[in-house]
Design a protein around this ligand. Structure first.
Ligand SMILES: NC(=O)c1ccc[n+]([C@@H]2O[C@H](COP(=O)([O-])OP(=O)(O)OC[C@H]3O[C@@H](n4cnc5c(N)ncnc54)[C@H](O)[C@@H]3O)[C@@H](O)[C@H]2O)c1
Length: 255
């Protein structure tokens, strides 16, 4: 068996850690010896994920955050720095879905909410990551973007704009902070089987569901474990020459 990428004792903060990709990443990283803080708007779910991990003997703590609020993000990073004694890796994963509608039918609120969480929330956390990591010699920020950050399709304009923005932030920071030994990469999943996608599927008829489920040449949704294993590799030192990269995990959708 191939040994897993080593993340032993890595100090890792994951936003959106109460559900889906974030929760799966927290569990995998902690099971491989990382010390993890998960943060989420959803307090009860976040506490449950942390408790389940602790019951299995893993080092996972929860802190509530709203990534749209600069003060809340500041408090989160203060908590993580105190609990972990520093930060090696930050996974900016908190995100929301979008209203599926043509661009001209979106309201200001529809557009603003996507940008506030998916783009400005990531920027808040990148800014705080840089402030925490640069003085201590370096670190790695992994942003969870999307294939929608690399190309678009009909009726996803606000979400796609937010994720393209995340790619812009990732590339900008990668070239700006390399001298401070900070790396920035993004993972770009296609449709993954999480509560976010299950909510979308529940609103569609069979034809619509099949269009999503069979969007990739592998003709299935991705599994959260297929994203968390890539995040675990990125979080390890094995990814040390990767910087400013869009790590696409899409079953061949963009091929
Ligand atoms: N599931 C997919 O198919 C897919 C594909 C590409 C990209 N993504 C991205 O992956 C990330 C995780 O998505 P998921 O599918 O696991 O979704 P999910 O809904 O299961 O989890 C998202 C988490 O983010 C949290 N969150 C939302 N707003 C927040 C806020 N303001 N502050 C703090 N936490 C907040 C939610 O409470 C939730 O726990 C998102 O950024 C999403 O855009 C998902």
């Amino acid at each position: 068996m191939t040994p897993a990428a080593d993340v032993t004792n890595k100090r890792i903060l994951i936003t959106g850690g109460a559900s889906g990709i974030g929760a799966a990443s927290a569990k995998l990283l902690a099971s491989r010896g990382a010390k993890v803080v998960i943060a989420d708007l959803s307090e009860e779910q976040g506490q449950n994920v942390a408790k389940e991990a602790q019951d299995n003997g893993f080092d996972v703590k929860f802190q509530k955050v709203d990534v749209t609020q600069a003060d809340s993000v500041k408090a989160l990073f203060a908590f993580a720095m105190k609990e972990l004694g520093g930060l090696d890796v930050v996974v900016n994963n908190a995100g929301i879905d979008h209203k599926p509608a043509p661009m001209h039918e979106l309201s200001d609120d529809d557009f603003d909410s996507n940008i506030a969480v998916n783009l400005k929330g990531v920027w808040h956390c990148m800014r705080a990551s840089i402030a925490c990591m640069a003085p201590s010699g370096g670190g790695h920020v992994i942003n969870v973007a999307s294939v929608a950050g690399l190309r678009s399709s009909p009726a996803i304009s606000a979400y796609s704009a937010s994720k393209h923005g995340v790619m812009g932030l990732t590339k900008s920071a990668a070239v700006e902070y390399a001298r401070a030994n900070l790396r920035f990469n993004a993972v770009c999943p296609s449709f993954i089987d999480t509560p976010m996608v299950q909510n979308t599927l529940a609103k569609l008829d069979e034809r619509g569901q099949n269009a999503i489920i069979k969007a990739s040449p592998l003709k299935r949704l991705g599994k959260v474990e297929e994203i968390s294993s890539a995040i675990a590799w990125l979080a390890s030192d094995e990814s040390s020459f990767m910087n400013g990269h869009a790590f696409t995990l899409d079953g061949g959708m963009l091929a």
